[in-house]
Design a protein around this ligand. Structure first.
Ligand SMILES: Cc1cc2nc3c(=O)[nH]c(=O)nc-3n(C[C@H](O)[C@H](O)[C@H](O)COP(=O)(O)OP(=O)(O)OC[C@H]3O[C@@H](n4cnc5c(N)ncnc54)[C@H](O)[C@@H]3O)c2cc1C
Length: 324
């Protein structure tokens, strides 16, 4: 067993998390002195293969088959099982996308392994990679060391690794044609889900007031709306607020919402789960208001106010109105 294999995702274009996973793979391959490999599966991969040829990997594979044209877990597991068995890598990395969540645990199980999912960092201990995952809504970090024989499978959380650390290179993309029978594919793909068009572009906002579950109920939303209005800021939210319908989905920030980079981001009653942090940690200045001094949001905040938002936010709004 040797090498780091990164399985990338391409469906009418690259999933940007693919390059984050490849950047992570590049770091580990360099640290452990192993070759870096990359693979992408599909039916039509001509454009993908052209772009893949610009990547800094020792070997790249276009895993091509007509039965992979539409994604199915059965097809992808069968294809990647054959590739992994052929290459025998020590480590198989994936971006932690919805598609990967669907097929990668079964792929790992085919090799008698489990998938280490949602990895936010990779440390090293005695030369071995140690995978860090968050537990209990980000209150605890757990370290996972792969001790079993056989390849290690790990999926990396969005935003945990930076794609811009990927250094350039060139490679030859090899064709890998797996053996798949139509009878192996037990599911029939339906129409693809499409995100609704966004009418609010938070990515362009320079000031954002973002609210989380600490606001307790919908009737309290005007408290943060007033602060946003006083500042001339856009209003945004963590996922539970949008899931509850208290603010529209298009105002959600995070891994399944928008990624923002304002000059100032106010995180009000937001705990700082990794899925939220990946959408806002690029803000220039982060101001967090939270009554829990141990809330993870304070780890990324430039200014932290420990206290009750129902006291702090109205007082802040008044001060801003006076100052203006
Ligand atoms: C696949 C997946 C995708 C996800 N995508 C996203 C995403 O895109 N965006 C996102 O935000 N989340 C996302 N999540 C959810 C994420 O894991 C967290 O559950 C969510 O971010 C928590 O939201 P929150 O911080 O508002 O709530 P909580 O974690 O419940 O935090 C509420 C905070 O409010 C504080 N608080 C309570 N009362 C007060 C008060 N009176 N004054 C001050 N502070 C108070 C508490 O101390 C706490 O820290 C995703 C999860 C999954 C599994």
């Amino acid at each position: 067993m040797n090498g780091v294999l990164v399985i990338l995702e391409y469906r009418d274009g690259w999933n940007r998390m693919s390059w984050e996973a490849l950047a992570a793979g590049q770091q580990i391959a360099a640290q452990t002195n192993q070759p870096l490999m990359a693979a992408v599966a599909g039916g039509k991969l001509d454009d993908a293969a052209l772009e893949l040829a610009d990547k800094p990997v020792a070997r790249a594979f276009a895993v091509r088959h007509a039965l992979l044209d539409e994604y199915t877990a059965d097809g992808f597991v069968a294809a990647f099982e054959q590739l992994v068995a052929t290459l025998s890598p020590r480590l198989v990395l994936f971006p932690h996308t919805y598609q990967v969540r669907d097929f990668a645990p079964r792929l790992a199980a085919r090799f008698g392994q489990s998938l280490i999912a949602d990895v936010i960092a990779i440390n090293r201990e005695s030369g071995q990679p140690v995978f860090v995952r968050q537990l209990l809504q980000g209150k605890l970090n757990a370290d996972y060391l792969h001790t079993a024989t056989g390849p290690c499978f790990a999926a990396l959380q969005a935003g945990a690794f930076r794609a811009d650390t990927l250094t350039g290179g060139r490679c030859t993309v090899e064709e890998f044609v797996p053996h798949i029978e139509a009878s192996q594919i037990r599911s029939q793909p339906g129409e693809r889900f499409r995100e609704s068009a966004q009418t609010v572009d938070l990515t362009a906002a320079s000031l954002i007031v973002s609210v989380g579950r600490g606001i307790k109920e919908e009737a309290n939303i005007p408290i943060v709306e007033e602060l946003a209005a006083a500042l001339g800021a856009e209003l945004a939210a963590s996922r539970p607020i949008c899931d509850n319908g208290w603010l529209p989905m298009e105002r959600q920030v995070g891994s399944s919402g928008q990624t923002v980079a304002p000059k100032v981001y106010f995180a009000i009653g937001i705990s700082g789960a990794i899925q939220h942090l990946v959408g806002m940690k690029g803000a220039k200045t982060i101001v967090a208001i939270n009554k829990d001094p141990d809330a993870p949001i304070f780890e990324v905040a430039d200014y932290g106010i420990v206290g009750d938002l129902f006291e702090i936010v109205p007082a802040l709004t008044e001060e801003i109105k006076h100052a203006r």
